[in-house]
Ligand binder design. Sequence first.
Ligand SMILES: CC(=O)N[C@H]1[C@@H](OP(=O)(O)OP(=O)(O)OC[C@H]2O[C@@H](n3ccc(=O)[nH]c3=O)[C@H](O)[C@@H]2O)O[C@H](CO)[C@@H](O)[C@@H]1O[C@H](C)C(=O)N[C@@H](C)C(=O)N[C@H](CCC(=O)O)C(=O)O
Ligand SMILES: Nc1ncnc2c1ncn2[C@@H]1O[C@H](COP(=O)(O)OP(=O)(O)OP(=O)(O)O)[C@@H](O)[C@H]1O
Ligand SMILES: N[C@H](CCC[C@H](N)C(=O)O)C(=O)O
Ligand SMILES: [Mg+2]
Length: 488
Amino acid sequence: MKTLREILYNVNIGQVLGNNDIAVHALHIDSRRVGAGDVFIAIRGLAADGHDFISKAISQGAGAVVCETIPDTTSPDVCYVQVPNSHQAAGVMAGNFYDNPSHKLQLVGVTGTNGKTTIATLLFRLFTRLGHTCGLLSTVQNQIGENIVPATHTTPDPINLNALLADMVAQGCDYAFMEVSSHAVHQQRIAGLKFAGGIFSNITHDHLDYHKTFDEYIRVKKAFFDGLPAGAFALTNLDDKRGNVMLQNTKARKATYSLRTMADFKGKILENNLTGLIMQVGEKEVHFRLIGEFNAYNLMAVYGAAVLLGKEKDDILAALSNIQGAEGRFDYIVSKKLRVIGIVDYAHTPDALLNVLATIKNLREGHEQIITVVGCGGDRDKAKRPVMGQVATEHSDRVIFTSDNPRSEDPQEIIREMEEGVAVHQRKKTLSIADRKEAIKTAVGFAQQEDIILIAGKGHEKYQEIKGVKHPFDDKQVLSEVLELLEK
Ligand SMILES: CC(=O)N[C@H]1[C@@H](OP(=O)(O)OP(=O)(O)OC[C@H]2O[C@@H](n3ccc(=O)[nH]c3=O)[C@H](O)[C@@H]2O)O[C@H](CO)[C@@H](O)[C@@H]1O[C@H](C)C(=O)N[C@@H](C)C(=O)N[C@H](CCC(=O)O)C(=O)O
Ligand SMILES: Nc1ncnc2c1ncn2[C@@H]1O[C@H](COP(=O)(O)OP(=O)(O)OP(=O)(O)O)[C@@H](O)[C@H]1O
Ligand SMILES: N[C@H](CCC[C@H](N)C(=O)O)C(=O)O
Ligand SMILES: [Mg+2]
């Protein structure tokens, strides 16, 4: 077992009060989890201040407290360590506690507004096919080899994150692929990690509730690349307006991918339909099972990263061509008789919705209607609501506004804010049905032969969060049940 002194290695430290040569059983950033002899790290958050729970942590037996401000009244049995930044301390301490697992495997982080789950999942599946044991940290799930560990966040807090990486090392993983959300960069959940590479997919409107301005959102994403070490690679999408900006100050080896201009990894779409993509990658023409131009970008990111990690181009393309996308991303079913196409997709940003609808339009062969069911999450960026309302109506023949995860908000109010974005002449296309199941039923009821129904926003999610309660809900299951009923 390590001592507190060892766990504080590489942490910026101010004052230390008490004995830091004590053995550490566990680290916690949440006082509610503290047990006898554990270390409590007090973090100033958005909703609460961990410093307010120091005495509670001590009453539960905490042997040490790491905090930005040492309390006025201290206990002689507890070691207090003052640090300038508890977020940073938590990351570095978690790494030390778990023997810095990120140093023992090749860790690749993926950041960007959309595409992180897809890219990380494809990399995990590709490297598994290439014979490696791999780890995955993603929105849909975490994975250690074949073992699935449910995910609570896109990027876990530093303690859970390092614990998961340590399990990966213990189970013989060579590689770990993880999503790096902007929240995680900002809250330094990734502090102390050693990355072998970083990938940027794109940056568009999202999370302005949290970051306040788009410039700040860009700055936070860029900070991930600024922090990469010299030995790592930094791979960016040149077709995104901010692709170059991301890498401007990185020490890592810079590499680029593109579908439009000269780049280290250049791809070209030759065909794009419901059976997948045919792309020219270098000298090769390759068929992939993923659908849509946006997935061509994701595939190029994966291809580029795999080359940069030392894999043979031909081996990569042969394996990648057989791999399916992540659950709930352009996941479709076709009904037997009417050949209605039902698509479930995790598009929960304006750009994702636009990309998915553009892809669907492109797949349409005749005058089939596009019927979209969409909502926006509560307690999240309100500014994206009218934009998503506008995108949905402009690119669909009919739109049913419904609830996503309303969380603490009034579903009708969220829908009203989405409707604000709809142009007057488009209003006749829209309907609002707050009950998501009813909305899906109604969409299916509208569908004629070969029409296309898009159920957007919740993808793989198996619940709907309403007023703090997660009710079981699965878009794909509801859609397939309702489609079957239609044909009875
Ligand atoms: C907005 C946000 O990111 N919040 C995250 C943040 O919480 P916070 O700053 O609000 O923490 P807080 O509640 O103020 O508490 C401050 C500290 O006091 C501690 N505390 C609190 C209460 C108590 O009794 N005792 C105690 O010790 C807390 O454990 C915490 O350490 O730090 C917590 C611990 O790491 C996270 O669990 C929490 O995620 C919340 C639940 C969340 O919903 N986050 C979402 C928005 C998120 O992170 N999403 C991104 C993906 C987004 C995307 O890319 O699309 C993700 O990576 O998942
Ligand atoms: N490269 C891309 N560019 C634009 N849109 C994309 C791209 N890849 C996926 N999308 C769209 O975004 C949705 C979410 O994709 P994905 O889950 O891979 O992104 P993410 O970045 O992990 O999202 P989250 O921030 O929720 O973790 C998809 O369902 C699709 O609609
Ligand atoms: N990672 C995103 C997921 C949004 C998914 C959507 N279904 C919603 O609930 O808003 C977030 O936490 O903002
Ligand atoms: Mg994700």
